[in-house]
Ligand binder design. Sequence first.
Ligand SMILES: Cc1ncc(C[n+]2csc(CCOP(=O)(O)OP(=O)(O)O)c2C)c(N)n1
Ligand SMILES: CC(=O)[C@@H](O)[C@H](O)COP(=O)(O)O
Ligand SMILES: [Mg+2]
Length: 588
Amino acid sequence: MKNLLANISNPSDLRKLNSSELPELAKDLRAFIIDIVATKEGHLGASLGVVELTIALHYLFDTPNDLLVWDVGHQAYGHKILTDRKSVFHTNRQFNGIAGFPSRQESNFDTFGVGHSSTSISAALGMAIASNLKGETEKHHIAVIGDASIASGMAFEALNHAGVSKANILIILNDNAIGIDPSVGALKEYLTRVKSDKKLAAQNNIIKALNFDYSGPVDGHNLPKLLSELERLKKVKGPKFLHVITTKGKGLQKAEEDQITYHAPGKFDKISGERLKKEKSLYTKYQDVFGKTVLELAKKNKNIVAITPAMLTGSSLKLMMQEIPNRTFDVGIAEQHAVTLAAGMATQGLVPFCNIYSTFLQRAYDQVIHDVALQNLPVIFCLDRAGLVGEDGATHHGVFDIAYLRCIPNLIIFAPRNEIELRNILYTAQLGLEKPIAIRYPRGYGKNKDWQQPFSKIEIGKAVTLKQGDEIAILSIGTISDSVNQAIDLAQNKKSLAHFDMRFVKPLDEELLHHIFSNFSKIITVEDGTITGGFGSSIVEYATKNNFKNDIQIVGVPDEFITHGSILELQKEVGLDSNSLAELFSQT
Ligand SMILES: Cc1ncc(C[n+]2csc(CCOP(=O)(O)OP(=O)(O)O)c2C)c(N)n1
Ligand SMILES: CC(=O)[C@@H](O)[C@H](O)COP(=O)(O)O
Ligand SMILES: [Mg+2]
């Protein structure tokens, strides 16, 4: 059997095929995705689910002139392969390779940069309005959005606008009933009903009520049906909505059966789909330190509640969901709601642990300020994936949180040096701080086997001395202190280096700082967040305010967006690995 994909580099090649050949092409495309992701890793299930839809869209529409926007973009591997990137797809998400998400820098087929969800309808609507204003009335604008992503506030805001816009926009809802974890909420229940009750789709249809030409549900794996419905919609002007039903992981049995794991399964056998066994780590992931500790605390403190916006597995709050479901809330992709929900709970004496990846809290900034900090409500923000996250790249690095949180009054900011510190600050926070606190910790594993020690209370605003010295003071924050420790050992430096783990970005340990500034001529700050406005900046502010003239050097993430690659590669790139730090300390 000939491989149809072999002769296809871009949609112009694709459009030369007879439509009857497309199901065969779908098989080839799936096999290609599976083949590469099996060894190179990445997001799998979402792309497998939209293979037919991807082919149909590029076959029928005049991409890149017609504008196709993918929501999140983790499902766009097929799109990348069919748009000039087949030969480099093996570099997906790797350092110096192509990005894991659509990126305008990478291709003109990638009309909009994504990674965070629920932006596609707004972006496509903006493009459609621009086309109207330019008189390009025949242009098509298509947003492909998943069932979890469409439940987010931003997507609702865009639907509300699009429905009265008369813009030539087609919204395709790719409904597979799951996000990373199973989709939640009333919209999910409505969509489930629509799928089983065609009358409901035709009559009491909430999308129709918002002025869209609604069609569906359509089987998203049936190419002839998809093509004929898309052909029809191409001729309809104004806002249109196509409801497509797909199976996440389609075509790889294991991925269909275990959709949560196969969202991003790591390496697997491309034939059986079986995940390759990794050597079991002796250590625990920070997310599990959080998940296990919060569960332990919640068993004792009945006021504890926990919230996740759609990252039940990633945050490890699934542990608490399994045992205490009535106090664990997966609110879907709704970071803004998650924060204000926590604020409301706190007004009533509950103790909310609001777990949000550092990068996704960016979306709920006003809620943190206006709903939590301004009212001084004791919400406990747990910011997972802080620092460089690796292969997800620029859209996902949690490097801005220190800078964007540090300027907010009332907020305590803590970065644990290790698992024990994380455990103890979670314990301390639920004892009652009468203030909000943000606790930031990284992606991946810790380094202590026996972190499950008896709880001990952490004094707010108290730093610790990790190494005495008397010439250069190194001030670090969070888990980067490990690299600093190693660097101190490696440094070829005659000078005596002291190391302080400041722990709290806010409030700073001013007593210790006074001692440091009075006794060391040179101070180096090290953090895995942005240099601009971050922890180091807070030390410079302290020095200025107190009239200290010491030499201060800030080491951290430079003022640019950091690419994708392994965390170590990226640390090397920005000078935060132990060798780079050792070199710096040696030259000082
Ligand atoms: C603002 C934001 N919050 C959370 C995420 C993490 N995330 C990535 S994909 C995903 C699930 C998306 O589900 P859906 O839209 O249904 O697409 P599917 O994976 O099913 O194709 C989530 C929660 C994100 N990318 N952006
Ligand atoms: C696409 C997306 O936003 C998520 O799937 C993200 O990649 C999850 O990151 P973790 O693997 O760190 O949970
Ligand atoms: Mg989905």
